[in-house]
Design a protein around this ligand. Structure first.
Ligand code: CA
Length: 223
């Protein structure tokens, strides 16, 4: 198992390296986000241990940029304090897990092993399909540079489409994923909301991203 440790504190980095090497892992150390990004792009790491507190580009930004450049190695973030907002920012930025300093080394190892089992699956924090881009964390949607304002329900419905681009989704599937059991019990509620969505994501742009598949449902064009 090959691990990249990104930590600017020399002592901490050395400690991590020694501990991981004792477990038989191959360890590279990067001392900054700038140093880490090209390494992560060049080598197929099984896991990346990324400190949030880095001089220069911090851990959140480093993680986001690695994901943007197509690096999907599992990332374990080390956060300095037990701050909820740090963990949220880390996970929403594309990290897979986090550990708060000070941590127990056995827990770090267990988490790394669990992450490595998952492998480098592509799991962008932002979704992109049909010429649209969506950030589920900030609940924003764009077509090109234009941000599109959607209601909560329209957003949920579009998110279902964007998580399954190119797939024909039945009205039932759409209902099941975007509405809870208390949904307005109208058989055409999906059609109504698809119409709302088209008015916002397609009509102003002259596009037709959501296709009607007769007798089957709807499909979001991949691109
Ligand atoms: Ca640090």
């Amino acid at each position: 198992m090959r691990v990249l440790v990104v930590e600017d504190e020399v002592k901490m980095a050395a400690l991590l390296r020694r501990g991981l090497e004792e477990e038989g892992m191959a360890v590279d150390v990067a001392v900054s986000g700038e140093d880490a990004m090209p390494r992560a792009g060049a080598t197929d790491y099984d896991a990346i241990v990324l400190d949030v507190m880095l001089s220069g580009t911090d851990g959140f930004e480093t993680c986001r940029r690695m994901r943007e450049s197509g690096v999907w190695a599992p990332v374990l973030m080390l956060t300095a304090r037990d701050a909820v907002e740090d963990r949220v920012a880390g996970l929403d930025g594309g990290a897979d897990d986090y550990l708060t300093k000070p941590f127990s080394f056995s827990e770090l190892l267990a988490r790394l092993r669990a992450l490595a089992r998952r492998g480098p699956v592509e799991r962008p924090a932002e979704l992109a399909a049909g010429g649209l881009r969506m950030d589920p964390a900030t609940r924003q949607v764009w077509r090109g540079e234009a941000e599109i304002a959607l209601s909560a329900k329209e957003f949920s419905l579009l998110e279902v489409f964007m998580r399954r681009p190119g797939e024909v989704l039945s009205r039932f599937q759409l209902l099941e994923h975007a509405w809870d059991y208390d949904y307005e019990n109208r058989s055409n509620v999906v059609d109504v909301y698809v119409r709302y969505l088209r008015r916002k994501i397609d009509e102003p742009f002259g596009t037709d991203t959501i296709e009607t598949i007769r007798g089957a449902g709807y499909r979001l064009k991949k691109d």
